[in-house]
Write a protein that binds this ligand. Structure first.
Ligand SMILES: [Zn+2]
Length: 274
């Protein structure tokens, strides 16, 4: 091999390696866990029929901000920010649940240097009030929601307050949000007609599956219990099976949104996961 050929080969190899590094560096850069409130349930058995009847339960309620090199995605918006100014919280579901918020979503976004107009995609797991409380805060974001969920919610008594300028993209199943398979909405109906969960690949943390309300807490996950208020029991059980196989396939962690003991182990914004 001549010196010239060797030099050419080195240049080609450097280019190949460079391309490889370029590809690996793209994708999800970080994920922030945001405190989106707390739900106090009067009676745990509302979520676990026949178990712990009459016992109160405290739920965490998280939102997640994902920074991808192609944009920002906010997963769920939590309890309305206005609840932060209510010293006794807000009572909902005929007294069965009390919402509380110690800090607003707006303030937490500001703290990490994000303006609502920076949020490219606003994806909601489903349309219950503790997940869509702040959808109107993001007038320029594209909303990613299952068509089945949107149609069901807008026909019901508690319509989510979507902004008139928001582009609503009605999904019919899974969606690879940024086209590189690192942030994937997965259809997990049952809790509501168009419930969805989120599968995320972080460069250091690895795969995470954000549950939405596919399951509410660890004990229900272990025993595959279905809350009595769920829209469809069979769909719920099928979705739990689907989540189980996704976790196995990707060696993913399951982050159960409302599981307070698990949430207490997470690092909240301004800290983040990479
Ligand atoms: Zn729910």
């Amino acid at each position: 091999m001549t010196g010239k050929t060797l030099a050419a080969l080195i240049i080609v190899m450097a280019a190949v390696i460079g391309m490889g590094i370029g590809t690996a560096g793209a994708g999800v850069e970080r994920l922030y866990v945001l405190d989106c409130g707390e739900n106090l349930g009067k009676d745990q058995s509302r979520w676990s029929p026949g178990i712990n009847a009459g016992k109160p339960i405290e739920f965490s309620d998280n939102c997640y901000l994902i920074r991808h090199d192609k944009g920002l995605l906010l997963w769920d918006t939590g309890i309305p920010d206005s609840v932060a100014a209510m010293p006794d919280g807000m009572v909902v579901a005929n007294g069965a649940i009390t919402y509380r918020r110690s800090k607003t979503l707006a303030a937490q976004l500001e703290q990490v240097g994000v303006k609502p107009s920076d949020v490219t995609y606003l994806a909601v797991s489903h349309t219950h009030g503790d997940h869509v409380g702040n959808v109107a805060l993001f007038p320029t974001s594209t909303v990613l929601i299952q068509g089945a969920e949107y149609d069901w919610a807008m026909a019901g008594p508690a319509k989510p307050a979507f902004g008139s300028t928001q582009k609503i993209e009605k999904l019919a199943g899974d969606r690879d949000v940024f086209g590189d398979a690192t942030v994937k909405i997965v259809s997990t109906p049952g809790h509501t007609p168009g419930h969805q969960s989120l599968l995320v690949q972080l460069p250091k943390t690895g795969w995470l599956l954000l549950s939405g309300d596919a399951v509410h807490f660890q004990d229900n996950w272990t025993h595959k219990r279905v809350p009595s208020m769920n829209f469809n029991r069979d769909q719920t059980l099928a979705s739990l099976k689907r989540i189980e196989s996704l976790l196995e396939e990707r060696k993913a962690q399951l982050w159960i949104n409302h599981d307070k003991p698990q949430s207490l182990t997470l690092r909240y914004a301004p800290a983040f996961y990479e």
